[in-house]
Design a protein around this ligand. Structure first.
Ligand SMILES: NC(=O)c1ccc[n+]([C@@H]2O[C@H](COP(=O)([O-])OP(=O)(O)OC[C@H]3O[C@@H](n4cnc5c(N)ncnc54)[C@H](OP(=O)(O)O)[C@@H]3O)[C@@H](O)[C@H]2O)c1
Length: 263
């Protein structure tokens, strides 16, 4: 029986790389989700494994039920859910206010929870199965201009850790992937890539995809991409004053402008 892998945000960046990587697994079928149908259709046609797609805005009220119905109709099992779709709209709270927090939470947190809610019965029925939530190192450390984004990823990590403990008994493994800077459409990292002394901080969608496979198919609970970014989380706990100084001072400002308009 084919294993079924569903990837949200499969039309570009980390999601597309993940779909390509997962399609190389033996005996699998893919379900691709994003808004841009032309991209999903082209991707499905280029994969070495069978794939179907659903064009959906994940913030729409009926998106989770449409996706669940599609999976039921195409075999009725789900072995891996990769909650990857997400975005960042930069701006300070003083400038952008509640509306920016609202729209960021709606996509990066609420939509993930709503889709998981709709697909959890299928995942339990297909156990052993897995969920990978694509968070961010911004879910461990917060920088000026990215408060809304960080809030959504901190929330996602907190919720995922509880779900990890809750779902183990049902055979659904839940894990998180926390990328640092990955050059993609939504997070181009243009300025970091332009300078030789910052270029090394930027990783590739393929590396993030491999981390997603580590968590989703190999049972890891969490992965940073690249791995040394895990030090950031440690520093935030053991040296909070230092981290605050760096983030609020020159280095923090440099990083803030360097990553516009992405993370
Ligand atoms: N790249 C980085 O530096 C970085 C770092 C840390 C974490 N991340 C996380 O990695 C994930 C993937 O980001 P990426 O870097 O690959 O960015 P990306 O290339 O911009 O991809 C974002 C994906 O999300 C989809 N998407 C956006 N809004 C959507 C909506 N309302 N409904 C359905 N799909 C939607 C987009 O497809 P459509 O536009 O076709 O809908 C696209 O496929 C995100 O959760 C992001 O927060 C990225």
């Amino acid at each position: 029986m084919d294993r079924v892998f569903l990837v949200t945000g499969a039309s570009s960046g980390i999601g597309e790389a993940t779909a390509r990587r997962l399609a190389s697994e033996p005996g699998c079928r893919l379900v691709l989700v994003a808004r841009r149908e032309d991209r999903l259709r082209a991707l499905a046609g280029s994969l070495p494994a069978p794939a179907t797609w659903i064009a959906a805005d994940l913030t729409d009220e009926d998106a989770p039920s449409r996706i669940a119905a599609h999976v039921e109709k195409h075999g009725g099992r789900l072995d891996l859910l990769v909650n990857n779709a997400g975005a960042s709209w930069r701006g300070t709270f003083g400038d952008e206010g509640w509306e920016n927090v609202r729209r960021t939470m709606e996509l990066n947190f609420d939509a993930v929870v709503r889709l998981t809610d709709a697909l959890l019965p299928l995942l339990r029925r297909s156990a052993p199965s897995a969920i990978v939530n694509v968070a961010s190192t911004a879910g461990r450390i917060s920088r000026p201009g990215a408060g809304a984004y960080s809030a959504s990823k901190y929330a996602l990590i907190g919720w995922s850790d509880a779900l990890h403990a809750e779902e183990a008994a049902h055979g659904v493994h839940v894990g998180i992937v926390m990328p640092g800077f990955i050059a993609t459409e939504g997070f181009p990292a243009t300025e970091l890539l332009a300078k030789p002394w910052t270029r090394w901080t930027v990783s590739s969608p393929e590396k993030a995809a491999e981390a997603i496979v580590d968590v989703g198919l190999r049972g890891r609970a969490e992965r940073y991409v690249p791995r040394p970014y895990g030090l950031i989380a440690v520093l935030r706990i053991v040296a909070p004053r230092l981290v605050r100084r760096v983030v609020s001072g020159g280095a923090g400002k440099a990083l803030t402008t360097a990553t516009k308009p992405g993370e």
